[in-house]
Design a protein around this ligand. Structure first.
Ligand code: ADP
Length: 177
């Protein structure tokens, strides 16, 4: 292959990231405006290990990343131990919580369990570079953006599958063992 041709065939982050075109959209949390029940529904309706947090569905600006495990533990804890936390309590990943309307339940503040700087690359990043970053930094997942908007996610398992596809070998035998 000529160098130029090889370049045009290079796999990019956008080719490997989820969701695929035919998939349902990325499951994201918004930094405010969700209730405890909304978050619990997202946890029970999906099996993902984590969820990006965005400013709003409209902006898709990335705020952070929350692990499913930490969400579950924090909500269960708050429901058991924190006074007044109920299904209709508002969940906040923001630094400050606005005063709640009178007679509404207290807010649940979850900024503390959020990774504030999840690793991100743009959708045009070459996959060999992404694979390198996963290896060197020992990432579990990486978020994909375009012009600052969140587009998708690549997990370590996605990387293993991608590498296996290229090498046409068993995913477990490569990369991280
Ligand atoms: P793993 O890749 O180890 O199975 P997950 O269960 O978190 O980890 O992800 C399963 C698949 O779903 C992966 O292909 C991943 O890219 C994708 N994925 C992960 N998190 C989300 C999410 N919040 N919304 C949509 N898809 C996701």
């Amino acid at each position: 292959l000529e160098a130029k041709e090889e370049f045009s065939h290079k796999t990019l982050a956008m080719d490997v990231m989820r969701p695929r075109r035919s998939d349902p959209p990325l499951s994201v949390l918004t930094q405010d405006g969700m209730t405890v029940e909304d978050v619990e529904t997202m946890i029970t309706d999906t099996t993902y290990s984590g969820f990006p947090v965005v400013v709003s569905h409209e902006s898709q600006r990335l705020v952070g990343f929350v692990l499913r495990r930490d969400l579950t533990i924090s909500i269960d804890n708050a429901r058991q131990r924190q006074d007044g936390i109920v299904s209709t309590s508002r969940v906040f990943f923001t630094e400050y919580t606005p005063p709640q309307p009178p007679n509404s339940p207290p807010p649940l503040k979850l900024r503390g369990i959020m990774d504030l700087s999840p690793f991100t690359v743009t959708d045009h990043t070459a996959m060999d570079i992404v694979v390198d970053i996963f290896r060197k930094l020992g990432l579990r997942q990486c978020l994909i953006t375009h012009n600052g908007r969140l587009l998708g996610i690549i997990t370590k398992k996605d990387i293993l599958k991608h590498v296996a596809q290229i090498a046409n070998r068993d995913p477990d035998s490569i990369l991280f063992n």
